[in-house]
Design a protein around this ligand. Structure first.
Ligand SMILES: Cc1cc2nc3c(=O)[nH]c(=O)nc-3n(C[C@H](O)[C@H](O)[C@H](O)COP(=O)(O)OP(=O)(O)OC[C@H]3O[C@@H](n4cnc5c(N)ncnc54)[C@H](O)[C@@H]3O)c2cc1C
Length: 304
């Protein structure tokens, strides 16, 4: 029986693991893909205290090594269900069932997809969700980005310095953000805005060749030939495996206050998956700290 099982080896989960191991708890981290979470995709991090600049990969690797050096067990298995049996909790993965006294859910968020046929097939073959990771693959080529938030605009500006031409495709008639980068983007010669329009098809057999774009008011469709499509339409919380047990909001983010306690005694939540206003590395790590220290208090109070 573990003291705490942490689901997710992103910044929140790994920070929780550090605090758990320092408190001499018996901890298991379960991760469905690789360590690091979303930050692995960051080209450069420039806002984490103590580092002027560090790549996402280097940051994630340092964090992972720190946790491993503390002797923490990390298994690469996807959690598919959580059960609460009052005295203990069960975590079911695709391979095993684990018993634990407490749980920290730190499953973060994933890229929102357009939901079009062919989108998954063309991922990595012209379609990308990460401009900083894949932008250089499209040097001097023609690309499009879809989305209208800060991420889409920042990514579009970044890409405009690499590619021959970029289309910015957005479903609204106007951008609703206040961004210096939007002003910069509007002054670029190689940027074309296609507003009030949606991508209705991504076309190509083994590689992306074009997108079909429909204008909302007129329903007129046009095909744009391009080499790359960047999808930047936000994130969705990864809470499917625990929705039956913990309370979430209507989007699927787990409801908990600053103490990171869910509605279930002994189940805590940390990082981007929690209902909150700001989702950043620092806030994810902060949650990991709070969740683990409160899990320690729970273990003491219950005299587990
Ligand atoms: C491209 C990019 C650049 C960014 N740059 C910055 C930056 O410069 N500065 C900054 O402060 N923030 C940045 N962020 C945001 C930052 O990465 C996130 O706020 C942070 O990673 C959230 O950490 P987390 O641990 O809560 O979740 P995540 O990083 O999403 O990690 C969650 C982990 O849980 C795992 N998981 C999910 N479901 C399961 C399951 N069922 N079983 C087991 N494991 C599971 C996932 O595989 C993942 O590894 C960036 C994000 C992106 C996408």
């Amino acid at each position: 029986m573990y003291d705490t099982i942490i689901i997710g080896a992103g910044p929140a989960g790994l920070t929780a693991a550090i605090y758990g191991k320092n408190a001499r708890k018996n901890i298991l981290v379960l991760e469905k893909e690789t360590y690091g979470g979303q930050i692995l995709k960051a080209d450069k991090i420039k806002n984490y205290p103590g580092f002027n600049e560090i790549s996402g990969y280097e940051f994630a690797t340092k964090l992972y090594n720190q946790v491993k050096e503390l002797g923490c067990e990390i298994n690469f298995e996807e959690v598919i269900e959580i059960k609460n049996n009052n005295e203990f909790k069960e975590i079911i993965t695709k391979k095993n069932t684990y018993k634990t006294k407490s749980i920290i859910i730190a499953t973060g968020a994933e890229n929102r997809k357009l939901g079009l046929p062919n989108e998954d097939e063309l991922l990595g073959k012209g379609i990308s969700y990460c401009a900083t990771c894949d932008g250089m693959l499209f040097k001097d080529k023609v690309v499009a980005i879809t989305g209208g938030g800060n991420t889409a605009i920042d990514d579009a500006l970044y890409l405009s310095n690499i590619v021959k031409k970029i289309y910015v495709i957005y479903r609204q008639k106007e951008f609703r953000i206040d961004s210096i980068n939007l002003d910069k983007l509007k002054n670029k010669d190689n940027v074309e805005f296609i507003l009030n329009s949606n991508i209705t098809m991504v076309n190509g057999n083994k590689i992306l060749e074009s997108v079909t774009v429909k204008e909302n008011d007129t329903n007129i469709e046009k095909v744009i030939n391009l080499d790359g499509l960047f999808i930047a339409i936000g994130h969705i919380p990864v809470s499917g495996m625990c929705k039956n047990i913990v309370q979430t909001d209507d989007k699927g983010y787990i409801i908990a206050g600053e103490e990171c306690k869910t509605n279930i005694d002994g189940i805590f939540v940390a990082g981007d998956i929690r209902v909150k206003g700001i989702r950043q590395l620092t806030t994810a790590c902060s949650d990991g700290t709070v969740a683990m220290l409160n899990a320690c208090k729970y273990l003491t109070q219950k005299k587990h």
